[in-house]
Design a protein around this ligand. Structure first.
Ligand SMILES: Nc1ncnc2c1ncn2[C@@H]1O[C@H](COP(=O)(O)OP(=O)(O)O)[C@@H](O)[C@H]1O
Ligand SMILES: [Ca+2]
Length: 491
């Protein structure tokens, strides 16, 4: 007679139920206890007080990752109305006042409870460098006014200062390579070309440059466990607004009263003021004695002649190093890809010339045609572009090509390794992000420890272990299983 094993049904059922409860409990605990903290962001604000205008940038990053792998990204930017802070030298309070609207916008954009811990920096570049050279007490007064205005806001104000040319170049390079994720991965880096209104920077890593030939052009970094020996140079007065002044100043010397300028379109004619033109340390020593107070600025739109005018602002006569760019400044062999931003981008984008796969010769032909186009036609073609920008694109385009090829020695071949960029992965290219990353110690010198197991991975592993444990328990109870089908129990 077959008899039922007393263990059979109840024991297996109990074990099964306990096993299932154990798995559910384990997985629940894993999911709940190891759940990532709800995303909390931290913020940082940087004001870029450039020579032509000021812009405010807000950056954010995940609070729990700020020391190593967290990505910092730009969430907002605000363009301050009016000119750069250096233009308020004679009425400094207005420099402070000009920042109010953008600062109020920042107050709204950064969550209220983060305000007091959000660092706020202001960095000034070549406009303030020039003002400081010309009249240091006026530049101090501008900073005082700016400081007073910024301290009224609830952020953690960290100071306003003039960046050195090396800092401006190096932080631009850090930004570009950080946003491209080239630093954590130890990839070949991208050089940085920044064109402003009053200065221009070039920064790149060159294998045959160890910093010894011209130490003032060398910046070393240790980032994520890699050493970088960066070449960087900032040319004061070689931003496009100051170069335009130098080019005009040079042309007025051939005879006061009128300038026939190949860098401006045929039909362009404006009456300009000498004292405004010469109101800058970049040209003040060239002011002609006893010149009339105004001059007629007329265009004749000729790219080749414009290039000759622009070439004359560079000095190629002496170089005490193994190689130089211009004005006797050392520059090692160009190396790697380059990102060109700020005014490089604005100008080349306007001219539809950001595509560097177009051969340099064709780029020059296009610019030749553009410069020769009558001013009236240009105005009709671009009714929405500000006239002062519009009038200068022929000059600026010519300056950019001349600076790159004659100044920095880019060839037809290496020109194609330049990318004209505005943003990388949503953040503007420029020195501000690199500046903030540096001041908040957000880029570690050493590579971070290997990242902990991600949440999903942790949950999966616990589930698998629980399941295996369950199978093991079931198997260990196997001797108690009924063998009813094969060997009937006989008592
Ligand atoms: N849309 C635009 N078209 C042409 N040029 C522009 C445009 N927007 C800004 N710029 C120019 O970009 C340059 C920005 O320089 P800026 O950062 O103010 O000076 P710096 O870096 O020398 O202190 C200025 O020459 C300004 O005129
Ligand atoms: Ca700038």
């Amino acid at each position: 007679m077959k008899e039922k094993n007393p263990w059979h049904t109840p024991v297996t059922i109990i074990i099964t139920v306990i096993g299932v409860i154990a798995i559910v409990a384990l997985v629940t605990v894993a999911v709940l206890q190891n759940r990532p903290v709800p995303q909390k962001y931290k913020y940082g604000i940087v004001l870029d007080a450039g020579s032509s205008h000021t812009a405010l940038y807000i950056y954010q990053w995940r609070a729990e990752k700020d020391n190593n792998t967290g990505r910092v990204e730009q969430t907002h930017s605000c363009k301050v109305k009016g000119k750069g802070i250096s233009s308020y030298a004679s009425e400094p309070w207005r420099a402070g006042e000009s920042l109010t609207l953008c600062m109020q916008e920042a107050e709204k954009r950064v969550p209220h409870k983060r305000h007091h811990e959000t660092p706020l920096y202001l960095g000034a570049t070549a406009g303030m460098r020039l003002l400081n050279m010309e009249n240091s007490s006026a530049s101090d007064r501008v900073f005082q006014a700016v400081e007073r205005a910024l301290q009224k806001f609830p952020f953690s104000y960290q100071g306003a200062r003039i960046l050195s040319g090396q800092e401006e170049g190096a932080f631009g390079w850090v930004t570009v390579n950080y946003l491209d994720d080239r630093l954590t991965q130890g990839l070949e880096t991208t050089g940085a070309l920044d064109l402003g209104g009053a200065s221009t920077q070039i920064s790149f890593v060159s294998d045959n440059y160890d910093g010894s030939e011209s130490p003032s052009n060398s910046v070393t970094f240790r980032l994520y466990g890699n050493d970088y020996n960066l070449y960087t140079h900032s040319f004061l007065c070689y931003g496009k607004d100051q170069v335009l002044r130098m080019a005009l100043a040079q042309q007025t010397q051939s005879g006061p009263g009128a300038i026939l300028d190949p860098c401006f379109h045929p039909g362009y004619m404006e009456t300009k003021n000498y004292s405004v033109l010469y109101d800058s340390p970049c040209v003040s020593d060239r002011k002609p004695q006893g010149a009339p107070s105004i001059f007629n600025h007329t265009g004749n739109g000729n790219f080749r002649q414009c290039q000759e005018v622009v070439k004359r602002v560079f000095n190629f006569s002496s170089c005490k190093y193994s190689r130089c760019s211009f004005n006797g400044v050392f520059q090692p062999l160009l190396q790697g890809p380059f990102g060109a931003f700020s005014a490089y981008y604005f100008v080349m984008n306007f001219l539809n010339l950001t595509d560097t796969s177009i051969p340099l010769e064709s780029v020059m032909e296009k610019l030749t045609r553009y410069c020769a186009t009558p001013w009236e036609k240009i105005k009709l073609q671009h009714p929405n572009v500000k006239l002062n920008y519009l009038a200068e694109y022929c000059f600026s385009g010519t300056y950019i090509l001349t600076l790159l090829t004659e100044g920095y020695n880019f060839t037809s071949e290496s020109y194609s390794s330049i990318k004209f960029i505005k943003k990388i992965n949503g953040s503007d290219a420029g020195w501000t992000l690199g500046y903030m990353l540096n001041l908040t110690n957000m880029i570690p010198a050493e590579a971070p420890d290997s990242p902990p197991l991600p949440h999903a991975g942790y949950v999966s592993i616990v589930t698998i272990i629980a399941f295996l444990l369950f199978v093991l328990v079931i198997l260990s109870l196997r001797p108690l299983w009924p063998r009813c089908s094969k060997q009937p129990h006989i008592i």
